[in-house]
Design a protein around this ligand. Sequence first.
Ligand SMILES: N[C@@H](CCC(=O)N[C@@H](CS)C(=O)NCC(=O)O)C(=O)O
Length: 214
Amino acid sequence: MKLYNYFRSSASFRVRIALALKGLDYEYASVDLVKDGGQQFAAGFKAMNPAALVPVLDDAGTLLTQSLAIIEYLDETRPQPPLLPQDAVGRARVRAIALAIACEIHPLNNLKVLVYLTRTLGVSEEQRNAWYCHWVETGLQTVEAMLASNPLTGACCHGDTPTLADICLVPQIFNAQRFKARLDHVPTVMRIHQHCLTLPAFAKSVPALQPGAE
Ligand SMILES: N[C@@H](CCC(=O)N[C@@H](CS)C(=O)NCC(=O)O)C(=O)O
């Protein structure tokens, strides 16, 4: 398998964690989102993913895009250890937490959105950061509410073993920390984040340890 990804990309980070949890080896192909005006816009890469977004997973010639679709594909084709609960209610809860991050927070703060705000709409860096912090802080407050009072929450988002929800949560926190967003209002989120980082699959997937990391 070959993973086209970028060390700082949180969607890439999700797939790296899933591959590591499943103990799967892969070739690391770096797509620098900043260098050369963004290597995601190169014709060769857009031929693989017309959306010009990382990650892309090449599994024996089959090209897969969208991190959550890739992770569910991996879970179906390499089922151990499972990344979703065995029961339908549990799966719905884990997917709801994952989507609260991947659909409600991340797209608003993606690189192309921030670039559009500054370069096309002309907002200042201060306004751009206010935009970023607003969406991540309110979005994580929702995730905190989903986790804090639910008895199904354990050391991880759902019980004591990592699922798709934790795979989305940890990269989002790294991103929030990079932009200096407030996180003191989400203690359960942060407790789970810290716990996940004690697990080797999460620890080895962090941005700073990837090829090309600055
Ligand atoms: N929903 C997509 C999001 C992918 C995505 O937004 N990737 C970002 C990095 S985290 C990217 O490639 N951004 C390039 C850009 O904004 O130009 C997924 O989960 O794979």
